[in-house]
Design a protein around this ligand. Structure first.
Ligand code: SAM
Ligand code: SF4
Length: 633
């Protein structure tokens, strides 16, 4: 699954910081590291990932330095235009070292790692991959930062403020590391300061590369496609005379399909829901977005490996809900040889005529997103299927029809509009107009009654006028979104907007517009939920205790609305009439329950649990259930 060759850098500085710490702590200093190169040394190693043998060899480096495009391997005959967009900053010339082996000194192996995740669900899912890779290399996870030999932070680069939080964390970690050094005892009983490695993973690592080493905050920088190299880079940092290691190579093929994610329950209890990554990268090149540069080109994981992972989650872990994950999840296309042979007649379809695909090369045999949703929902009629994050261009009628017909495919769609103005959408390079988007919304509503919509919005994009902003407010009022994620525009390096437009909306105007869209969302959702939810019977998947404690449970409706209800016994099964006697039962995480909505608090609901049920039973009888309201009145 990996590209045939990989490159990474090891950078060694003048002296290891640990010397200073030992000195300042007045401990017996033991020279653990001899740097024969007085001054700065840096090296580039090249290695084959197909074997574990590492080779040190010279590579020719262009006079004008190395850019990201040197790490993106083009397949022969692949004239995909996206690679040309990766016009990253140069990272400069990298001289070779004298000899790394000369400097080799045995260090204790790092054993414990601590992993913290920032950003989107893709990052949470990537952290599950990282955890799996490290655990299978004989490391163990610790929840205590200062107990760890290796502290990893999985990062987000989508907006400037996300990156500022990471810088702050790295500075704090370095300061804590100074105050709480790690020690190991050697064979002679001497206490030695052990190096604690601070590593940065994910999108910010990919975006900033060696810049992440600024002010000595990080020792290790690894991009989203290079996690398989983590164990080796960690061992090298511990054992070799190098101060820093970086691998930010992007891949055309890496999907980590064969790595079984090791998930950690979100609540500390039992998770009833699991995220399953089905594709990586994005080819869309929206003009504001850094994702195609930090996560590389779009590639889909093999159909069979996804279906097998979900089957195991259902059978072994009693998972009741899967969320299929990807940056543009509904553009999924498994075009492996096996997929093409199994599904030779398949072809790609856009949502409808008003949408264009920024990425021209689509189509051909194989498995598409609707095939995958069908196969996953076939695994169990009691398994809820959701997906995120989709793009509005990839909603062919086949997919909408499937959602309408299958009771276990949830009736909730993320339809990230970003703006309600066609002129802004054009500058954003979204590939649709306001009119096409609204037509799609109407088509979905007529195909899937009771559907809920969520959306992302960016406010204050380059040149956004007051009139254009008002169009976003009017779109929000028209669609009446059930959930919205709203952001002030943050200019990102390397994007089309960064190269061609000006971030010319003053921050105070951006923030004022942001608070207007937030207010609009709040007002419309309160009105909508009061109108459509109050008194309704909803099928709720119980997730566990609410934040307020065990006396209150928390769950989600089919439409993905959070609902809170008292943790009191309810009927153990659906009675067939209002006079039938039935036992009562306490609900548990993973149960489905019929919950009546009693109160609306914006996008969150409050209710009372009437009865335990199953997904199938609820759908078979949902139109004939009003009598259970009677039982409880
Ligand atoms: N692929 C998804 C899509 O097309 O909707 C979105 C993925 S992106 C990680 C999540 C959201 O972040 C986007 O939908 C957009 O609203 C927001 N976003 C992306 N770039 C941004 C930027 N430069 N400034 C502010 N918000 C941004
Ligand atoms: Fe970014 Fe657009 Fe891709 Fe979403 S579809 S990740 S907004 S480039």
């Amino acid at each position: 699954m990996l590209s045939s060759s990989r490159s990474f850098f090891l950078l060694a500085g003048q002296r290891r910081r640990s010397f200073h710490f030992q000195d300042s702590l007045n401990l017996l200093p033991r020279l653990r590291f001899k740097n024969t190169n007085n001054g700065s040394i840096s090296s580039q190693l090249s290695t084959s990932t197909k074997s574990t043998v590492e080779t040190t060899q010279r590579r020719s480096i262009p006079k004008d330095g190395i850019t990201l495009s040197h790490f993106i391997h083009k397949k022969q005959g692949d004239d995909n235009p996206i690679a040309e967009h990766f016009d990253t900053e140069d990272i400069g010339e990298i001289p070779m070292p004298a000899s790394l082996e000369e400097n080799y000194l045995q260090q204790p192996q790092p054993q414990k790692f601590h992993l913290r995740t920032y950003g989107c669900q893709m990052n949470v899912s990537d952290s599950d991959i990282v955890r799996s890779i490290l655990l299978s290399s004989d490391m163990e996870e610790t929840s205590e930062e200062m107990d760890a030999d290796v502290i990893l932070t999985n990062t987000c680069a989508i907006r400037e403020n996300a990156e500022q939080k990471i810088w702050q964390r790295l500075r704090e970690l370095r300061a804590h590391d100074r105050k709480n050094p790690l020690f190991s005892t050697d064979r002679d009983g001497l206490l030695n300061r052990k190096r604690r490695i601070i590593g940065v993973l994910g999108c910010m690592a990919e975006r900033l590369k060696e810049e992440m080493f600024r002010d000595g905050t990080a020792d290790l920088v690894v991009g989203p496609d290079a996690y398989r190299d983590l164990p080796r880079l960690i061992q090298m940092l511990a054992q070799q005379p190098v101060e820093r290691a970086v691998n930010v190579q992007l891949s055309l093929e890496e999907t980590y399909a064969d790595v079984k994610p090791v998930r950690r329950p979100v609540t500390g209890g039992v998770d009833v829901s699991a995220f399953v990554s089905i594709m990586r990268g994005c080819n869309n090149m929206c003009s504001y977005c850094v994702v195609p540069f930090t996560r590389g080109r779009e590639r889909s994981r093999e159909f069979t490996s996804i279906v097998e992972e979900v089957r195991q989650l259902v059978e072994n872990d009693q998972i009741k809900e899967v969320v299929l994950l990807g940056q543009n999840v509904n553009s999924y296309h498994d075009k492996s040889k096996e997929a093409q042979e199994s599904n030779p007649a398949a072809t790609y379809q856009l949502s409808n005529d008003g949408f264009t695909n920024m990425f021209r090369l689509r189509g051909g045999a194989g498995y598409y997103f609707a095939d995958l949703v069908a196969a996953v929902s076939d695994i169990s009629p009691e398994l809820r299927v959701r997906f995120t994050s989709p793009h509005p261009k990839d909603y062919p009628s086949e997919l909408l029809q499937l959602m309408a017909e299958r009771p276990n495919v949830c009736k909730q769609l993320h339809m990230p509009a970003q703006s309600g103005s066609s002129t802004v959408l054009k500058r954003m390079r979204r590939g649709y107009t306001r009119e096409a988007y609204l037509e799609l919304i109407n088509r979905v509503q007529s195909t899937i009654p009771d559907v809920a919509f969520s959306s992302d919005f960016i406010t204050g994009f380059c040149d956004e006028t007051e009139e254009e902003h008002q169009e976003t407010l009017s779109l929000m009022k028209l669609v009446q979104y059930d959930m919205a994620f709203m952001f002030a525009y943050s200019m990102r390096g390397k994007t089309h907007a960064h190269r061609n437009m000006q971030d010319n909306i003053p921050q105070d105007v951006k923030m004022a517009r942001l608070s207007q869209i937030i207010d609009t969302f709040r007002t419309t959702i309160q009105e909508k939920n009061e109108r459509t939810e109050l008194g309704e019977l909803r099928l709720v998947l119980v997730e566990g205790a609410s934040r307020k404690g065990d006396h209150q449970l928390n769950g989600r409706t089919d439409q993905n609305k959070r609902i809170l209800f008292d943790n009191v016994d309810c009927l153990s099964e659906l009675p067939s009439s209002s006079t039938e006697k039935s036992c009562t039962v306490a609900l548990k995480p993973g149960n489905y329950a019929v919950v009546q909505v009693t109160e609306v608090r914006g996008h969150t609901l409050k209710g009372r649990a009437l009865c335990r049920t199953t997904l199938q039973e609820f759908h078979e009888r949902k139109n004939k259930m009003d009598f259970i309201k009677l039982i409880h009145n």
